[in-house]
Design a protein around this ligand. Structure first.
Ligand SMILES: [Zn+2]
Length: 169
């Protein structure tokens, strides 16, 4: 384990059994540092009756087609984060139509909140962590093989994308 330090008193932290589970704890002031999954949005955007997908420039699932999305930051709601991420990656302004589902898996440290949305303004242009974007008609989504050598995050994210875009397949 990488040596880490308590953010309250600066002493080194240790792995200790706290409430029946191994957790990071300060060796001096006993504060427990819980690890919590980080919320991530994924937004299935309809633009001119087609589905907007971006080709991912980064891991997980680098080079795969996926709905735009990213980490939720403090100071914004989930839907504000979803709208911001779509704007950053595609230049489109969208309105959220509803929640598709919430996805989590024990060995992955994010929670994905998938929304449905439609574009209200703008012309889509790939930017930020999208290398390319495209519009797909219902039933004409690209066939991509499941990641064979990917991490469990890659494999899980592949399944999440398939489920979140199921109505377009
Ligand atoms: Zn401490």
């Amino acid at each position: 384990m990488i040596k880490r330090y308590c953010r309250h008193c600066g002493s080194s932290t240790i792995l200790a059994y706290v409430d029946g589970r191994e957790r990071e704890q300060c060796s001096r002031c006993s504060v427990v540092f819980y690890r919590n999954p980080t919320p991530v949005t994924l937004t299935v955007v309809k633009h001119e009756e087609q589905l907007l997908l971006v080709r991912r420039a980064l891991s997980p699932l680098k080079d795969y087609w996926a709905p735009p999305g990213g980490y939720v930051e403090c100071g914004e709601s989930l839907t504000e984060a979803a709208i911001r991420e779509v704007r950053e990656e595609t230049g489109l302004d969208v309105e959220i139509d509803g929640l598709i589902d919430v996805f989590s898996q024990a060995d992955v440290d994010v929670i994905i909140i998938a929304f449905r949305a439609h574009s209200v303004e703008g012309h889509p242009v790939a930017a930020d962590d999208a290398s390319e974007l495209s519009l797909f008609k219902q039933g004409e989504l690209p066939l991509e093989p499941a990641p064979k050598n990917g991490t469990s995050t890659d494999k899980w994210f592949y399944k999440v994308i398939r489920e979140a875009t199921a109505t377009w397949r």
